[in-house]
Design a protein around this ligand. Sequence first.
Ligand code: NAD
Length: 260
Amino acid sequence: MLKGKTALVTGSTSGIGLGMARQLAAQGANIILNGFGDSEGPKAEVLQVGSAHGIRVGYHGADMSKPAEIEAMVAYANAEFGGVDILVNNAGIQHVANVENFPVEKWDAVIAINLSSAFHTTRLVVPGMRAKNWGRIINLASAHGLVASAGKSAYVAAKHGLVGLTKAVALETATTGVTCNAICPGWVLTPLVQKQIDDRAAKGGITVEEAQKDLLGEKQPSLQFVTPAQLGDLAVFLCSPSADNVRGVAWNMDGGWVAQ
Ligand code: NAD
């Protein structure tokens, strides 16, 4: 379905981003990976998933907190892949502290990586999408783009901001073949969440398994983690012709989190 398209997935060396990349590759899209840590393992994994379609997989190590590096990444996508057809703004970090103790540099980093990076990638890829009259922008927001939790002021502000950015871009492109939507996951068991489970276990003097149960029980009525593959399948739907008129939504996949 996506043969001939190129997807740039930020923060895709791990977790949800890697899941997105895998599902898009399975539909035949070329993939440009981004993120820190090992890139060779994820590259081989995604290439394997898309092998039946003969896809190409590239990698750019831009730090998403740095606009000049984001510009270099989009220039790489234009030069090596002929542009970006599907942009998945996924890179994100978390920091937990009450607002009066929130380190200023952590606030700036969360806003830069979780919100401003999506502004930069979007402003840089929209002209090419408009020229082709086709494009998909998918922003990985969160249940925290719709509701708040204590201790997460920067993350909640960034994710609510990302939902706002999604709506504005969807309106600006509404008469074109470019759509912009947000996906709002509940808990997904990735390194970002494992750290919060480990902190909870250490603070409460409980086992990691107990901490995991507590975490789910507090917010996620299904008591099950959402998976990167499920989120990837939602992204594939948003890339399909059936989703041509899905515009500016913040689509939660959260085991019932925001239904409460
Ligand atoms: P993760 O920690 O597993 O992966 C984050 C990815 O972003 C990694 O590839 C990492 O290298 C990359 N990254 C971090 N900082 C970067 C930077 N400055 N520049 C480039 N890449 C950077 O996290 P995840 O849980 O897969 O989260 C992915 C996205 O989904 C985030 O935006 C997160 O807020 C969102 N999300 C996660 C959950 C969850 O429960 N895990 C829930 C809702 C939303």
